[in-house]
Design a protein around this ligand. Structure first.
Ligand code: ATP
Ligand code: MG
Ligand code: FE
Length: 334
């Protein structure tokens, strides 16, 4: 079963070919980070234009690297949402054109479901499982009792984890995207700045905007007093606060729901500190398998979209040529 995946929800133009939902045949990602860097974040209109320029090249390259022809494909999977509408539309329209021209079934995929399915590449999933989704726009705990069944048991009430990383990085004058920069700095610093942790007890929800404000206020107050805080120490302290809450809540939910596996998904899953802290925490829970994708499958890519699309295709999902882009698509009903 050969599936072409297409992803254009944000600032990566990506295409990949996946065999049987679990094996990467090709995986091409054209990142726009350099273009958005000087603006300190993703500029939607710029993203759409780059996708238009790149999409054909990226798809051709993925097909070429896979040594596949369109007639070999069983389905085309494309991110239909959530994301930037103008960016999503480029991928959706490319997928619809190819589906129509070559008479290949089309399957719309939820971007975050894709992030979760990055974990099925190379590993079969064992249900029930819990997915910790930590990306640029989402932070949630998702319970799965079977393939493509998603139940959100907790989510952020304000900023996503990745968003908090990017905003704190900007405060520390680090370039976009800030996550990897803070990760790097954190390893050179000590978590000796006192910062809050938002537990929101009795829920599996998260909140990171208070932490972000605390970083800004602490830096501001120190400057007023003529003191300075080493950016390395602030990065380490911020990262420790984020990790404590993410790991603490995940362990709590794992125990409450008696899951067999924990999957980590989204760009922040690339974080070295988080990966180490989760490994450490789950050493005490040997009956639960912890899975974290390799770094290149944590951030946006199309292999994860094809992996999820394969499962949806096998479950009978077909999207029509009326498929649209859905910026606010819900993972529980798509
Ligand atoms: P979403 O998936 O919610 O639609 P997105 O696609 O923009 O949002 P991803 O591509 O999954 O998000 O992840 C990008 C985010 O991951 C950015 O916020 C980035 O700073 C963060 N990130 C990437 N690497 C790291 C890292 N090593 N440590 C912390 N954060 C990281
Ligand atoms: Mg991105
Ligand atoms: Fe993403």
């Amino acid at each position: 079963l050969l599936v072409l995946g297409i992803e254009t929800s944000c600032d990566e133009t990506a295409a990949a070919v996946i065999k049987n939902g679990t094996e990467i045949v090709s995986n091409v990602v054209a990142s726009q980070i350099e273009s958005h860097k000087r603006f300190g974040g993703v500029v939607p209109e710029l993203a759409s234009r780059h996708h238009v320029e790149q999409i054909t090249i990226v798809i051709e390259e993925a097909m070429q690297q896979a040594d596949a022809a369109f007639k070999d494909l069983d389905a085309i999977a494309v991110t239909e949402g959530p994301g930037l509408v103008g960016a999503l539309l480029v991928g959706v329209n490319a997928a619809k054109a190819l589906s129509f021209a070559h008479q290949i079934p089309l399957v719309g995929v939820h971007h975050i479901a894709g992030h979760i399915y990055a974990n099925r590449i190379g590993h079969e999933m064992k249900f029930p499982l819990l997915a910790l989704v930590v990306s640029g726009g989402h932070t949630e705990l998702v319970l799965m009792k079977g393939h493509a069944e998603f139940e959100v048991i907790g989510e952020t009430r304000d900023d996503a984890a990745g968003e908090a990383y990017d905003k704190v990085a900007r405060t520390l004058n680090l370039p976009y995207p800030g996550g990897p920069q803070i990760d790097r700095l954190a390893h050179e610093g000590k978590p000796n700045v006192d910062l809050p942790r938002s537990w929101l007890e009795g829920t599996y929800d998260f909140s990171f905007s208070g932490l972000k404000s605390a970083v800004i206020n602490t830096l501001h107050n120190a400057a007023q007093r003529g003191e300075s805080i080493r950016p390395e120490d602030m990065a380490a302290s911020f990262q420790q606060s984020v990790i404590d809450v993410l790991v603490g809540k995940t362990v709590e939910a794992v125990k409450a729901f008696g899951v067999k596996e924990v999957l980590v998904a989204g760009g922040v899953a690339a974080n070295k500190g988080l990966r180490a802290a989760l490994s450490e925490a789950f050493r005490d829970l040997p009956e639960v398998a912890l899975r974290i994708p390799p770094i290149q499958l944590c951030t946006d890519n199309a292999a994860m979209i094809a992996a999820c699309g394969t499962v949806l295709f096998e479950k009978g999902k077909r999207s029509s040529l009326d498929l649209n882009a859905y910026p606010g698509l819900d993972i529980e009903n798509f």
